[in-house]
Design a protein around this ligand. Sequence first.
Ligand code: GLC
Ligand code: CA
Length: 535
Amino acid sequence: MKSAPWWKEATIYQIYPRSFFDSNGDGEGDLPGVTSQLDYVKNLGVDAIWLSPFYTSPNKDGGYDVANPRDVDPRFGNLDDAKELIAQAHKRNLRVIADIVPNHFSDQHEWFQAALKAGRGSKERERFHFYDANPDGTTPNNWISLFGGPSWTQVADGQFYLHLFDSSQPDLNWENPEVNADFEKTLRFWIDLGVDGFRIDVAHGLVKEDVLTNHPDPQGLSDALRLDVAMDSEVRNALLLTVPYFDRQGVHEIYRKWRKLFDSYGQREIMAVAEAWVHPPVNATRYVRADELHQVFNFDLLTAEFDSNVLFDVVERSISLNATVNALPTWALSNHDSPRVASRIGEEQARALALFVFGLPGSTYIFAGQELGLPDGQLQDSDRQDPTFFRTNGQIKGRDGARVPLPWSGDTTPFGFSTGKPWLPISQSWKDLTVESELANPKSSLHLYRNALELRKEFLVGAGGITWLESSQHGHKGDSLLSYSRGAITVVMNLSDSAVECDADGRLLIVSGGTVDARDGKKVIPARSTAWFLA
Ligand code: GLC
Ligand code: CA
């Protein structure tokens, strides 16, 4: 019998290379730094790493502003370092996923430089979205960038170009076949170099429609698209149905072509996961139809409250929607764009939720540092680098807090991350959160992750669907407990602030915090924790 493809229920560890490990003392993590810590990654028990961009880039948006997608930025090393990283990962049976950024290039990319020189009406400008100003001199439409401010920037001859993100990130024109040809070249380049898959940045954004049409509420739309802006969910959902530049049908044509390219590598089982923030949620399943991509991120857990109704709905919806296209869901509690889960919902809650999610079918993504229970870094405004901070005049703080480098060892900051000054400061208060100190502490978050991932492999990968457990004790809705069984395992999460009795059968395998007592034949689940029982 053919075994399931490697990515089907993989655990994937997201590395933000600049913040992982610095090999040369310049204060920024790099590819040799990642390679040097692969044993740590392997021992965590993950199946693959996803590397955020390390390509040539002026680094205006943490490398998501790519000036040459087929080379390595000198701050991260060179192509030989990339090859060595891949070889060392493969030696440890770890797959490597590269992050590809097809929605836009950096303004430093040679195509954009050529477009500036070639002038209006040129074929060089056809690779981007260049338009004349309106007769009254205003921008071609009223859209607002996702990082704040107008989506248009004017060049010397008066034309404007479209950028959904920073002005240094001109959007590519996917109507132009040259663009797809160039990206297919990039995909092949990295596959030939050894990567096993791709994370597709802004996968829902490539195709634009109605570029010259104003939106009735551009500020409302821009706020609705921001995770860090609070908004009534009905208002938000209504606005999200009106985004003119995301989730157009044409994107699926692109992924159908790419799927053929991936499949042409046969046994290599090249996979791709889409970053697609789309609405309503059912639309995400289109990206994982049989002839498109392999996975699509589910971002619900990045914002969900630690509440049993909310979490029940998120999990149930994701599993059932994906099932309609024969796909499995993906789960992520943190990434480089959102507040760290331990800061967002609390440290104990974050552990409980992680253990709850590790039992579920599908793939789990872990953002480096999450396994240590890291909170967001506390930063001064003078430390900040995220373009969002600058484009909103400091009103929105941005994402740097989640990108503070990892603490590795020793008692003083920067805790072995670098022999130099780290690009973002690491708080001295992280002393007990270093890899070294957590390895020495059997009750640490790191040990919880390692043990849980081992048990997941042993008992749960390939174990099929879940059954929600309902009873007066388990009661999956509105109560303290959320519980399911899968294969031989029963997973019980107590979301409340006091211990709760339940009648889960079996032997305790692992608990995210505290101790599980037995009382009158029942199990007592500690406050804010999750336990797994083996039947
Ligand atoms: C994605 C990336 C984010 C980046 C944006 C623009 O959302 O995850 O970090 O800023 O795309 O490329
Ligand atoms: Ca470095």
